[in-house]
Design a binder for this molecule. Structure first.
Ligand SMILES: [Zn+2]
Length: 82
């Protein structure tokens, strides 16, 4: 938390690109380093990672966005219970 050299906002922003496989190898490495060093971002990353897997699976079944919202809250509460 005390390391100001790491920018969490930037890391979180890039996280989505990372999950989409759209980052360069260099940026991917920077994200990994940040996640290893930053538990809050690591948690957020795991959440997004899980959400993305669910979304990808559910999209193939063409689930309405309303249900997607519900899935999001389900995963979020599961994450809080971890
Ligand atoms: Zn962070």
């Amino acid at each position: 938390m005390s390391k100001m050299s790491h920018n969490c906002d930037d890391a979180l922003e890039r996280m989505y690109l990372y999950l989409d496989g759209e980052l360069t190898a260099e940026s991917t490495e920077a994200i990994k380093v940040h996640l290893d060093d930053c538990p809050p971002c690591m948690d957020a990353f795991h959440f997004e990672e899980r959400l993305k897997i669910v979304v990808r699976t559910r999209l193939q079944e063409e689930v309405p966005s309303e249900l997607m919202m519900r899935l999001t809250s389900i995963i979020r509460s599961e994450t809080l219970l971890d």
